[in-house]
Design a protein around this ligand. Structure first.
Ligand SMILES: [Zn+2]
Length: 471
């Protein structure tokens, strides 16, 4: 009797008469376990980083990455679309600096300064420029010393707060430092500086410079670079003894915008196929290394969501859409293009996940949802408890790089909750390479992304949307 009933139910399920149980503990557990046993995310991470390497917008690496990810998704049977995106095309050149004069400098001695140009930096003459360096600790000090800025190189000497990072506050620590990287050169340019330097934003002071975007535009494109923490401290100490003069050579090129793409791969849903749950990472990376943590881990994790569900033969009610965003690092054009294409039907974008904090130990999920909505996630938390990833932290806004327009438009947004205490040791440096990623941690990370994606794609109750705000 029982067998007849089971056969009848499975027959009705396959005929679509009954909706299959979706967010039940068994299905969620199956997705979690399959992800925890899979090497797929690490294989995709290795392909992106070892076979291609750096993937800065407009580069051959970025173009190859679009093809590689699209091919892999087609191989899974996903519906792949390449969404055109015009991206900034900035190319690094020569980058050298030395201190050619300072108080008590022995005859014939100069000191090499280790630095790297910031994305969007202007160029010096090919032979370099020579100017005095003025060291400031913040914007207030720069404004107070406005009369000294003209014709000088401004150094923002702001240390990275590793203690904050060690205690779970890497994001705010990074936000403080990167504020000077983004806004400092622009302010220095407006005040007549001939160049701008920032102290590298990140920990692990092994005399490694950390690059990143700066807010310069064609109107104020002065040379701008990040010096290592050690070199920033040296310049600061010497400047207390007297004037410090630097010869700075930076020869990056700002080329016309290039053609590129977001890679979009859909696992179509069943009865709610027109509703979309995004799971994503960004495909572009900085050019100093292979963008392993930032953000090949995010892309590989998102790709693995589709692979796991395909392998298990699970079809979600809503469409799960893997997106590998282009140009998160120096323009955000991919997120912008997707928003523009969907802004008139944002109600169909049910939820969006982006992983862009590396693949450190993952503890759960950061949820940008309305107050009270976190209680809808109890079954998900139970499913993730066996792998130590059951935390759901609610915030009004999570501010993920490529999702912020969707989020501002009211789309509930999610990030994996990751230990980022060592993330900024590698992020945007020459050391962000495959060997820094722990395969076991990546598996857990992918398991959280897969279980969360499935859960969002099959929830009965709406999560609740924040009212849209001005873009
Ligand atoms: Zn990133």
């Amino acid at each position: 009797m029982k067998t007849v009933l089971t056969a009848l139910i499975s027959c009705m399920l396959s005929a679509g008469v009954l909706a299959a149980p979706a967010n039940d503990p068994a299905t969620l557990g199956k997705i979690r376990d399959a992800s925890m046993q899979s090497g797929y995310a690490y294989e995709r991470l290795a392909d992106l980083t070892d076979l291609i390497g750096p993937r800065l917008s407009g580069s051959a690496g970025a173009a190859a990455a679009v093809e590689q990810v699209a091919d892999a998704m087609r191989k899974l049977g996903a519906k792949v679309t390449l969404q055109p995106v015009k991206v900034p095309h900035w190319v690094r050149g020569v980058e050298t600096a030395e201190l050619v004069d300072y108080a008590k400098r022995p005859q014939g001695v100069t000191q090499r300064i280790v630095l790297t140009a910031l994305g969007g930096s202007g160029a010096t003459p090919a032979a370099g420029l020579t100017a005095q360096v003025i060291v400031v600790k913040d914007f207030t000090e720069l404004k107070a010393r406005a009369a000294e800025v003209k014709g000088r190189i401004v150094l923002f000497d702001v240390g990275f707060d590793q203690e904050m990072a060690d205690r779970g506050l890497a994001g705010p620590a990074y936000g403080h430092g990167s504020g000077f990287r983004v806004g400092g050169p622009k302010m220095a340019a407006a005040m007549g500086a001939v160049g701008a330097l920032v102290r590298s934003v990140g920990g692990a002071n092994f005399r490694l410079p950390h690059t990143g975007a700066t807010g310069l535009s064609d109107a104020d494109r002065i040379p701008a670079a990040a010096v290592t923490a050690e070199d920033a401290m040296l310049i600061d100490r010497l400047s207390k003894r007297g004037p410090v003069t630097m010869r700075l050579t930076l020869t990056p090129q700002n080329l016309p915008d290039a053609d590129s793409f977001n890679v979009i791969a859909d696992l179509p849903g069943t009865d709610k196929a027109d509703e979309i749950v995004i799971v994503s990472g960004h495909l572009d990376s900085w050019d100093l290394a292979t963008g392993a943590h930032d953000d090949a881990t995010g892309v590989a994790g998102a790709m693995a969501v589709l692979e796991t569900l395909k392998k298990l033969g699970l079809q979600p009610r809503r469409t799960i859409r893997m997106i590998a965003w282009m140009n998160e690092e120096n323009g955000g054009r991919g997120g912008q293009a997707y928003f523009e294409a969907n802004k008139n039907a944002l109600g169909k974008q049910i939820a969006a996940i982006e992983s862009d904090g590396g693949a450190g130990r993952t503890f759960g999920v950061l949820a940008g949802v309305m107050p009270g909505a976190e209680k809808l996630f109890v079954p998900l938390q139970e499913a993730l408890r066996p792998i130590g990833a059951s935390v759901v932290q609610r915030r009004d806004r999570i501010g993920a790089g490529d999702l912020h327009r969707l989020e501002t438009g009211g789309v509930p947004s999610f990030l994996p909750l990751v230990d980022m205490s060592s993330y900024f040791n590698y992020h945007h440096t020459a050391a962000d390479t495959l060997d820094k990623v722990d395969p076991d941690q990546l598996r857990r990370h992918a398991a959280v992304m897969a279980t969360l994606s499935w859960y969002l794609a099959n929830m009965d109750e709406p999560i609740g949307r924040a009212p849209a705000q001005g873009q």
